[in-house]
Design a protein around this ligand. Structure first.
Ligand SMILES: Nc1ncnc2c1ncn2[C@@H]1O[C@H](COP(=O)(O)OP(=O)(O)OP(=O)(O)O)[C@@H](O)[C@H]1O
Ligand SMILES: [Mg+2]
Length: 479
């Protein structure tokens, strides 16, 4: 598209910088006011100057009429050739045929004949008499005749001319001042916007979201400051997300290195299979298969962790009791030696969520509980329905070694495994994923030492709100 850009369905025309446009608008507004004021002042001065002259003309006309009652067409009195001369007067007939042979001193316009005929009201005009400016009153005089009275208007003309010059000068100075003010005002007013733009440009150029916009001291906030502080908040979140992403990649590459090295060793060993006994070959290929499964699981977990949000269309009303029963059933199949005790209320407990993801969360908790449970001791799962202002609560408790106070703050971190757990299989991603799923469902997942020993995981959902409309009976499977 030439000369324009399309953004979210709207056409943005290419225009000059905001500062120039604002400065021009301010200048135009102030200049318009200055010109308006000067124009009005001109009209006031002009009418005030003429008013005096018009008053003299009215008096002169009255005097001339009184002194020359019933005079015929032609010059009555005076010569307004000289500045200080009295008013000159002339009678004009409505019918041009009655005009005297010698032309009169004052010009006779058709409008004057109409006044003489009584068809028009008296009027004032500016005329030139013998090359000098003059003002003339044409008024009714007698039947079929009008009286024209003129006075030299040099002083008035000079006054008006002088006033025009001064006013034009004032208007020009006003426009100039407006331009300067407009530029200054927009420059000061837009300084925070310029700083904001500069920071945004610096971030775009360096791709470093650690930059922040400098904010004024508290108490001097305005709209732009609020925008800048929102921008800073956004930058903070961006920085956090970039750091988290970098840490995930760094952690992942670190964690993948060990199993991949083991994989390569076994693969190389198998490549020289002719030198191995059948028993050695069997063991190496079994180890290779196991390590491959571990790496696949690790990569799948990482992909799930990297996906931060639950897809909205998959959200539905989930029956937590049925989901817990199904997940325990699946855990029983995985851990046949562990006894699982489930307590769920008879009435359905429903939350809005993605069933596959909630199954994954519960599956991870049950897997941990079973993994750390000593033989013969049960894993207890309990669902408590929500009460006013508090959502339902699901707990998973085991009778294993529990989590020590030093480990407790870190068990939800990615790849964190307590010292004692390192001899058991696992990568330390299960609880990180469980907490991420809980957060996406507005639920809180916490760990604590169970009274009497063992670990107790508590999943508390938010107070019930509007959710999907479907109610689905769910099994406990992968995502
Ligand atoms: N029920 C539990 N009893 C004792 N310690 C636990 C329990 N659940 C988790 N932990 C501790 O928290 C750590 C992190 O658990 P998490 O589920 O994230 O990882 P993992 O089980 O070691 O590996 P993964 O779940 O990725 O296979 C565990 O290594 C263990 O130290
Ligand atoms: Mg686990």
């Amino acid at each position: 598209m030439s000369g324009g850009r399309r953004r979210s369905g709207r056409v943005w025309r290419r225009r000059g910088p905001l500062r120039t446009r604002l400065a021009l608008s301010v200048t135009a507004a102030v200049a318009l006011v200055a010109l308006g004021v000067c124009g009005a002042a001109y009209l006031v001065v002009r009418s005030a100057l003429y008013e005096q002259l018009d008053l003299s003309l009215t008096q002169s006309a009255r005097l001339a009429a009184q002194r020359n009652p019933g005079a015929g067409p032609g010059t009555l009195a005076g010569e307004c050739r000289f500045l200080a001369a009295p008013a000159c007067a002339e009678v004009v007939a409505a019918d041009p045929a009655q005009d005297p042979a010698a032309p009169g001193l004052l010009p006779v316009a058709p409008a004057a004949r109409e006044v003489a005929a009584g068809r028009r009201a008296p009027y004032y005009t500016n005329i030139t008499v013998a090359g000098h400016p003059a003002r003339m009153l044409t008024t009714d005089y007698a039947r079929g005749r009008a009286l024209q009275v003129a006075l030299r208007a040099d002083t008035v003309q000079d006054g008006i001319e002088e006033a025009t010059w001064w006013l034009a000068l004032t208007a020009a100075a006003g426009v100039l001042l407006a331009a300067l003010l407009g530029y200054g005002v927009t420059r000061t007013g837009l300084a925070p916007v310029a700083r904001l733009t500069a920071t945004a440009e610096r971030i775009a150029a360096t791709r470093d979201p650690r930059h922040r916009i400098e904010l004024p001291p508290p108490g001097r906030e305005d709209e732009i400051t609020r925008l800048a502080s929102s921008f800073n908040t956004m930058l903070g979140e961006l920085e956090q997300s970039v750091t988290a992403q970098r840490r995930l990649v760094a952690d992942a590459s670190h964690e993948l290195r060990t199993p991949l090295t083991a994989l390569r060793t076994n693969a190389e060993l198998l490549a020289r299979g002719d030198r191995l006994t059948p028993d050695q070959r069997e063991r190496a290929s079994a180890a290779l298969g196991r390590q491959l499964r571990e790496v696949t699981g690790l990569v799948n977990d990482l992909i799930e962790l990297a996906r931060d949000e639950e897809p909205q269309p998959l959200v539905e009303q989930v029956r937590l009791g049925a989901l817990a029963q199904a997940c325990v059933q699946a855990a029983r199949a995985h851990w046949p030696a562990v006894a699982f005790h489930v307590r769920v209320p008879d009435a359905p407990v429903v939350v809005a969520g993605v069933p596959a993801r909630l199954s994954r969360l519960l599956g991870n908790l049950l897997d941990n509980a079973a993994k750390f449970s000593p033989a013969g001791l049960p894993v207890e799962v309990e669902l408590v329905p929500g009460v006013a202002g508090r959502g339902p609560e699901l707990t998973v408790r085991d009778h294993g070694p529990g989590i020590s106070a030093e480990d407790l703050p870190y068990v939800f971190d990615r790849f964190y495994r307590a010292g004692a757990a390192r001899r058991l299989p696992g990568s330390g991603l299960g609880l990180a994923m469980a907490r991420q799923i809980a957060r996406a469902h507005s639920a809180e997942l916490t760990a604590q030492a169970a009274p009497g020993g063992g670990a107790l995981f508590r999943l508390v959902f938010g107070a019930p709100g509007a959710g999907g409309s479907q109610v689905r009976q769910t099994g406990c499977g992968g995502p």
